[in-house]
Each structure stands twice: as structure tokens, then as C-alpha cells.
Design a protein around this ligand. Sequence first.
Ligand SMILES: [Fe+2]
Length: 314
Amino acid sequence: MCNKQPWTFVYAADMQPGSPRSFRYRPALMENWHSTKRQIIANKPQFWLNGGDITRDGLLHDGEFVEMKDEFDSMGIPYHTIPGNMDVGNKHTARQGFFDSRDDIALNMKSKNLARYEKFFGPAYWTFDHKNVRVTGFCDMLLGSSQPKEEKLWKFLEELKKLPPIDHHLILMHYAMFIDDIDEETFDITKEDEYMQWYFGLDKPIRMRLLKFFKAANVTRVVTGHIHCRKDFTAAGICFDLAPSATCGQWSDKWPDGDISLGFFRYDVNGREITKTFIPLENISQRTDFYGPGGHPKPEFRNYSMAWQKPAFK
Ligand SMILES: [Fe+2]
């Protein structure tokens, strides 16, 4: 299963550029996405992977999905996507979190939102082989959600072990498997000093069940976005690549060796070796103009009359 000719694929995610037809917009993110797009094309990958948060508020607007699908389709490169929480909703919680500014339970991922994503970008979980690399992607926000597709996804993940052997098996999901330690406990959404850890990583029962299936399926690498801060871990014999955002960094103070530089990953496959390279964005937008709130604003703080481009989405 060893291929003689070196080849390349790319991972880019967390572009969430939004739209001037929305209740909020930062042009710098769209400019950074366009720089990313140009650089992905210049790297001539055989395909590229998107790790979610395609949109700023796809959770609310079909229009952002329409705009981003046009962007992706215009690149002329095969691509495979998974949704992020900005596209379909957050990982499930049964409890309101510490911050009153967001309604955590209302933000839970719901089937109707996932169905809207699937209408544009295809199934919520999939696997394919390209030469000697297998890539499996899935909507991890389904896990723990009690939504109808959750059990189907667990079954799909359990049965990955039945696929034929291959040199590399890469997993694409949105949330980090863990924040600091693969054995860490579930963080408490109600505590101020644990909220961000809860928000960025998976709860322990889901992580442990996933890890069992990953080991059975000979997973070699897990690539995740969502945090927008680049960092490498190795645990349980698996490489965990915490990926950069293509357009905006965050959580810069979390790890001394974390890096919020904007860009994407290039993976070069040469025989049985895979080499990962961080490709920094060459042109970072200097625009500072924007309108609307950040974070996950409640409906009363979404003012569509501010939209720069009419008609506004709502
Ligand atoms: Fe995210």
C-alpha cells in the first residue's frame, strides 16, 4: 500500500467570515479567507479538508452556507467538510453555563440545523480512502446530543475497524478531544474558570468511547479546530493536531507553546511518511472596521438593521 509519488493534501478551518447581510460582520475575516483560498490553490493539493466553522452564523442563516459553498466550489479542488458549532450549534449541555450573556441550552446542536448544513455540504459523517491515507470526518456535536442521528454515528464509528488496513487513518472533527490530558475529567460549564475548557473540548465519557473506537480502527492522527490556537499533542499512540484558524486566532494565553498565527496545515505524503507543515497566511488583513457583537449573542442583541448589504438575512 506504499505509493511511490509524493502527494499533498491540505487542512483549513475556522474561517467563519460571516456576511455583510448579517447582524454582525468583520471584513478582515473575509479578506483572510480569500488569502487562505489563494494559498490553498497555490499549494496544489489533491484534496482539501475543512474542519468546520465554515460560517459565522450558519446556525441562523442559509445565506452564509450559500456564499461559502460558492467560495469552495470555485476553487476547483475536491474538498470534504464537517460542520463546526458556528454552523449547526454547540456540543450538548443540560445545564446553563456560567455566563449570562449566552444561552447555552438554546445553543445546543439540533437535528434541524444539522439537516440545513447537510443540504449544502453533504452527510454529517463519512470516510474515504485516497491512495494510502484514510480520512474519516464526522459531526462530533452529535455525540451526547440525544438527537436521532447520534446512535447511527456511534455505530458508524464502531464499524470503522472493519475497513481494510491502510497506512494512515486521519480523523477530522471540530472539538478538541482534550485540553491538556487525554485522561482529564469533564470540565464544569457552571464554573467561570472551567467554562472555556468545557467549551473547547469533549466531555470525558464521549472522549473515552471515541478513543476505544479510534484505537480499534488504527487511527494515527486526529485533526481538530475550534480553539484557533495551534498545538501538537501525542497521546495513546495518536498524533493530535490542534489546528490554526484561517482567519482569526483566540485563546492565546492558554499554553506557553500555543500559537494563534493564522494559516493552515499542509500534509505531504511520501511513501509511509506524512509530514505536516504549518503554512502561515501571507497577507493578513489590516482592516479593523466591523459592526455587531462577538461571541454567542442572544436574539435580542442581533440587530439586522445594521447590515451593510441589503437585503439583510432577516
Ligand atoms: Fe468552533
